[in-house]
Design a protein around this ligand. Structure first.
Ligand SMILES: [Zn+2]
Length: 378
């Protein structure tokens, strides 16, 4: 075998797609297929869509989400939420999300959604959670029979600007044995510190439950500090602004502040979403994304999609972008997958089974495939 197959970059596209990938940060209402949105709008009599042509609609979502205007960004979610107010719609989008992720080579995914956004047509939050879980179960069965087995865990999201976080946390605990693996809090960061929801976090800790908090995306270090030291988050959603606590000395040596050191020492997982971060201005470009520095410094970095529809992305695409920008090879891609799997909210034995039963052997065989191609070329 050619010894440098593991570090050869950029990794060929077909191999990135086949490589087992692990996704911890993906929003259900940010990952609908354009065709499905149009279909659901028709069935539901929703006439607010900017286009009923799938390709035009796909482009509209990306442009609106990249426009730099918060109103247009939020409008994209107004449409996906408007068409997911019925049992059938919720079940369908969950099923399709599982199928799309599996076809993209994702072997484990945590997908999150906010039950309180789907009550407009009278569904109650229990029904909403049950329909989404049923959709994921169907999608996992279909993926398995298509030869792409995937395991999906659900996170229930509470909205930062609302006051229902304790109720959603209770719902997450109620469904913890039926496929819900954790809790999250999302929404506008500035002016809405996570400490507003301490009651929910304290309840989850008493219940030995897991949670992540969107922090350090639009807003800086205080938000990350509160999420960890006041709320007790297991992971950070994005967390890109942790680089504000890392100084580069004149000799090029990085100096970590106390918070950055804590995050690294305690192996706090960072759910980084490169394309989404560039779109919202949390990072300047993929080439300048803090992920390069943080990976070099050995932070517990994971790679994620955030909103596949709004960013027109997939796990394969995110990995390809990073492979090109930072020269990552298969060894690095495996490191990201193992890091994410170690940080998952499913039980330890399930994590190990995926790391040892899928990630490691499948990367080994991909390195062999690449080595053979490189030898043929030489
Ligand atoms: Zn997010």
């Amino acid at each position: 075998m050619v010894s440098d197959a593991g570090s050869y970059a950029p990794v060929p596209s077909d191999l990135v797609r086949r490589a087992p990938k692990v996704l911890l940060h993906d929003h259900l209402d940010g990952g609908l297929r354009p065709e499905t949105i149009i279909d659901l709008a028709r069935t539901d009599g929703y006439d607010g869509l900017p286009s009923t042509d799938p390709e035009e609609l796909r482009t509209w979502f990306v442009e609106a989400a990249s426009s730099g205007s918060l109103e247009r960004y939020l409008e994209t979610f107004a449409h996906t939420v408007a068409v997911t107010q019925t049992a059938d719609a919720l079940r369908r989008v969950a099923r399709e999300a599982a199928e799309d992720l599996a076809a993209d080579g994702v072997v484990y995914a945590e997908v999150r959604f906010a039950p309180e956004l789907h009550i407009e047509k009278g569904l109650d939050e229990h029904q909403i959670v049950e329909e989404v879980l049923a959709g994921f179960a169907e999608g996992q069965r279909l993926a398995e029979s298509a030869g792409n087995p995937i395991r999906i865990g659900v996170l229930l999201t509470a909205i930062r600007t609302a006051t229902h976080s304790r109720r959603i946390a209770e719902l997450a605990v109620e469904y913890r044995d039926q496929g819900v693996v954790g809790f999250d809090i999302a929404g506008a960061e500035a002016g809405f510190p996570p400490t507003r929801h301490l009651d929910a976090f304290e309840y989850l800790r008493r219940e030995n439950a897991h949670f992540t908090i969107h922090a350090g995306e639009a807003f800086g270090l205080p938000s990350i500090w509160e999420a960890l030291q006041w709320c007790g988050a297991d992971r950070l959603g994005h967390g890109v602004r942790i680089v504000d606590d890392i100084e580069i000395a004149p000799d090029g040596e990085p100096i970590l502040g106390r918070l950055a050191a804590y995050v690294r020492d305690c192996r706090i997982p960072l759910e980084m979403c490169p394309s989404s971060n560039v779109q919202t201005g949390a990072a300047e470009s993929i080439d300048h994304h803090p992920i390069g520095l943080l990976r070099r410094l050995g932070f517990r970095v994971t790679v994620n999609t955030d909103n596949r529809l709004m960013s027109d992305t997939s796990m394969t695409h995110e990995m390809e972008l990073l492979s090109e920008a930072f020269g990552y090879g298969l060894d690095d891609l495996q490191w990201f997958a193992v890091n994410a799997m170690k940080s998952a909210f499913v039980p330890f034995d399930e994590r190990l089974a995926i790391i040892n039963g899928r990630i490691k052997p499948e990367y080994d065989s991909l390195r062999a495939v690449l080595a053979e191609r490189l030898t043929e070329r030489a």
